[in-house]
Each structure stands twice: as C-alpha cells, then as structure tokens.
Design a protein around this ligand. Structure first.
Ligand SMILES: [Zn+2]
Length: 207
C-alpha cells in the first residue's frame, strides 16, 4: 500500500516561521529517531521502550547554525482525520488522530502527538484537516530537563480497539499496534548525527 507523504514539514515551518533565518534541514541526534534505544536527555541512559516515534527538536539554518524549535511550537496534523483520544502523558498531553486509511487487517492509520498542549477547544471526535494546528509543544522543562520537542508516532491500530483505552502502553503492545517510522510518512530533509548532543548546551544560562 502506498500512502501519500504528509506535508507536515511545510506546515510546521510556515506556521512557526522557522524559515525566517533560512531553514536547511532537521537534525536528529542519537536517541531521537524511531526505534532508538537511548534517551537523548538527562543521563542518556536506556529508554524503557525503544522510541515509538521521532522527536523533532533541532534544525539547521542556512548559515549552518543549529537551532531548537522551542516551547509553544505549533503542531500541525499529518493528515485529515478525527481526534480519537486525548490523555495526559508524563510531559503534557498525547493526542491520537485516526485517519481514513486502512490496511488489509482492518487496522486504521493513527498519528499520535506527544507532550503537547492541545489548542483551545480541541476535543475527542473533532474532525481535523492536514495542516490544522492541533496543539503546541508543552513546556517540558517544568517537569524535566528536556528541551521542548514534537514527538510524532505513526501506528496501525485495529478499528475495533476502543479509543478510550488508547495509552502508550497499548501503543507499545505489538499484538495490538504496528508502529511505523514516521519519517516514511513525512516529506522532509534531515541529517542524522552520530555525535551525542548535550541538551544542556541549549538551555539558556541560569542567572
Ligand atoms: Zn519521542
């Protein structure tokens, strides 16, 4: 099955004005990509589960400088769909959107947005279009020394699975959910760095 790639990248750049200094590409450090086993924050230890998605946090501008997206970054929907569930996660709220795309097993395509502050009035059952702003990045620094980032998961979930029971535990249950690499659904330029980033370098210096 071929699924058209989302224009998520074009939307997030435009909605957040990331190209005001010239946007070159996204930058992923170890721990940020799909299935990575390490954390990219705090002690860079091992994650409890391999990464269920991809973290958009850093990008390169056209001068070669590395920038972070920051708190209150607007987060667009990858595709048209319906908000299936919203619940608290450990850094904000997770938003589940079900799309009108099914595989041969009657599993629906879902995109899931982690650590967010949903836009005012966003509720379960709402229809959304590709590019609609669902949320902004939560101020995760309040909870942990993690830079604000957009966590995206793409997954196939059985149509019969009750939406109110969607949790990260269920997303990590391979007998229920089939996880995909979100970068296969997003048309964007990126580099994968081999050196670790020290997120502390990107926190403003303390007074
Ligand atoms: Zn993540």
């Amino acid at each position: 099955m071929t699924i058209e790639k989302s224009r998520f990248h074009q939307f997030i750049i435009k909605q957040n004005n990331f190209d005001r200094l010239g946007f070159e590409n996204w930058v992923f450090y170890p721990g940020m990509l799909f299935n990575d086993h390490h954390k990219w924050w705090s002690d860079a230890g091992i994650r409890r589960q391999p990464h269920e998605g991809v973290d958009f946090c850093f990008y390169r501008d056209t001068t070669g400088g590395i920038r972070t997206i920051g708190y209150k970054t607007k987060i667009p929907a990858l595709y048209d769909g319906r908000v299936a569930h919203i619940h608290d996660d450990f850094l904000g709220k997770s938003i589940y959107v079900q799309h009108n795309t099914y595989d041969e097993r009657r599993h629906a395509l879902f995109t899931i947005y982690g650590h967010t502050i949903p836009v005012n009035g966003l509720n379960t059952g709402d229809m959304v279009s590709e590019g609609n702003i669902l949320a902004t990045t939560a101020n995760v620094r309040e909870h942990a020394r993690i830079l604000p980032h957009v966590h995206i998961t793409v997954a196939w979930i059985p149509v019969s699975f009750p939406h109110e029971r969607l949790t990260w535990k269920m997303i990590n249950a391979p007998q229920i959910t089939t996880l995909c690499n979100p970068l296969e659904f997003i048309d964007c330029k990126f580099t994968v760095e081999r050196e670790w980033v020290d997120p502390e370098d990107y926190f403003p210096a303390k007074d």
